[in-house]
Ligand binder design. Structure first.
Ligand SMILES: Nc1nc2c(ncn2[C@@H]2O[C@H](COP(=O)(O)OP(=O)(O)OP(=O)(O)O)[C@@H](O)[C@H]2O)c(=O)[nH]1
Length: 378
């Protein structure tokens, strides 16, 4: 290998889910699957996984080898330090050249900062390819947990994939259908998987493939699903308007936590100038950063419309991880998918329209907004 060859990216999956949602049980199954050989699992403490029957040997303090060829380590210092330490040991041949990392978060963790820490670390981002967030949701207690804990709602909202666990214990099939609907509404872009889904389906699906090449961007973006959910929710609200009192239980399902989190998609048929896009994203993240749980996009730049740029953001950082050699499909609209917390679609849309030079009547234009971003606040 010459110094010029960048090392292959190591896929990294963040596994989250509320306390008792079944993360560890899921992980235990995944680690026995030959498809996930040479995986490193990072967790908070070994006690969690019930390793005894899988344990082969202790490799190092805080690191053990499991029978299926996986390494398991605990977080030492912070997560960044642990991920750096793993790379160092791997590069020095002190541990097997692991091919994948799974981070199991504690049940109360907000996965966004973890994602943020890895995605935007100057060195880690060159070595690890984030495959996304997988959230375990309990089929029996999931709805009650979402009602009671905002953290659980956020975990489901930012997931790329949601695994529904404990379906074998379900006694109310309608309740399970409602849970599915609720999760679809909360996070229309996420794949909903059964607890026995193939290991590969649970851990993979990120923007980058194992070879470090860009993967299926349309699959990653899920624009259609987000747009369809928006239309459905719009029609639903209008339906309610005209028929008050009908379909009442449906509304009761959607509580305040869910209501504050939204997924929506903004598009432009016209290519966007690079400077305009930069200013839009900059203003958005500086004024609303904490509320941006995820931002994903594919944008045609006016300067080079044949090579769309991929946009990825978590909270205050939005970046361009890749420029594509071509459009993934005939749909050449620029599109940005947002998952936001406590932020109105309208606020973001007005900003987007203003920068695209299509302000609605009585709305400030881009120049006015750049001078005074606060004018967006209602
Ligand atoms: N019947 C059944 N029980 C399950 C399933 N998944 C998990 N459980 C049980 O649910 C309980 C909690 O599961 P864990 O896997 O420990 O959940 P966790 O999310 O790791 O829990 P914490 O680490 O405490 O946050 C355990 O008693 C599991 O045996 C499932 O699919 N079916």
């Amino acid at each position: 290998m010459t110094a010029m060859t960048p090392p292959a990216l190591i896929p990294l999956t963040i596994l989250t889910g509320f306390l008792g949602s079944g993360k560890t049980t899921l992980l235990n199954r995944l680690l026995k699957d030959p498809a996930l050989q040479d995986t490193v699992v990072i967790m908070n403490e070994f006690g969690e996984i019930g390793l005894d029957h899988l344990l082969v040997e202790t490799v190092d303090e805080g690191m053990v080898l499991l029978s299926a060829g996986c390494l398991c380590c605990t977080v030492r210092g912070d997560l960044i330090a642990t991920l750096e330490d793993l790379l160092r040991k791997r590069d020095n041949d002190r541990i097997l050249p692991f091919k994948r990392v799974i981070i199991e978060t504690t049940g109360l963790a907000d996965p966004a900062p973890i994602l943020h820490a890895v995605l935007y670390h100057p060195y880690l981002s060159l070595r690890y390819a984030v495959e996304g967030v997988v959230t375990a949701v309990d089929a029996v207690n999931g709805a009650a947990t979402l009602d009671a804990h905002r953290e659980a709602v956020k975990q489901a909202a930012v997931a790329e994939r949601i695994v529904i666990t404990k379906t074998d214990l379900v006694q109310d099939p309608d309740g399970l259908v409602r849970l599915h609907e609720r999760l679809r509404q909360l996070n229309p872009g996420a794949a909903l998987l059964a607890a026995d889904a193939p290991a590969e389906a649970v851990v993979s699906g990120g923007l980058f493939g194992l070879d470090g090449k860009i993967g299926d961007v349309a699959e990653w973006l899920k624009t259609e699903a987000v747009e369809a959910a928006e239309h459905a929710s719009h029609a639903h609200q209008h339906g309610h308007h005209h028929h008050p009192g009908q379909d009442h239980h449906h509304h009761h399902d959607v509580n305040r936590h869910d209501d504050r989190i939204r997924a929506f998609c903004l598009t432009s048929d016209q290519p966007v100038r690079q400077g305009t896009l930069d200013m839009f994203l900059d203003l958005l993240r500086s004024s609303q950063g904490a509320k941006l749980l995820r931002v994903k996009g594919l944008v045609a730049l006016a300067e080079d419309p044949d090579h769309p740029v991929v946009i990825h953001g978590v909270q205050h950082v939005i970046h361009v991880p890749a420029v594509l050699p071509r459009w993934p499909s005939a749909d050449r609209r620029s599109r940005l998918v947002f998952i936001v917390d406590d932020l109105e679609r309208d606020t973001v849309e007005r900003l987007w329209n203003a920068f695209l030079g299509r302000p609605a009547v009585d709305q400030p234009d881009a120049a006015a907004l750049s001078d005074n971003p606060l004018s967006l606040r209602r």
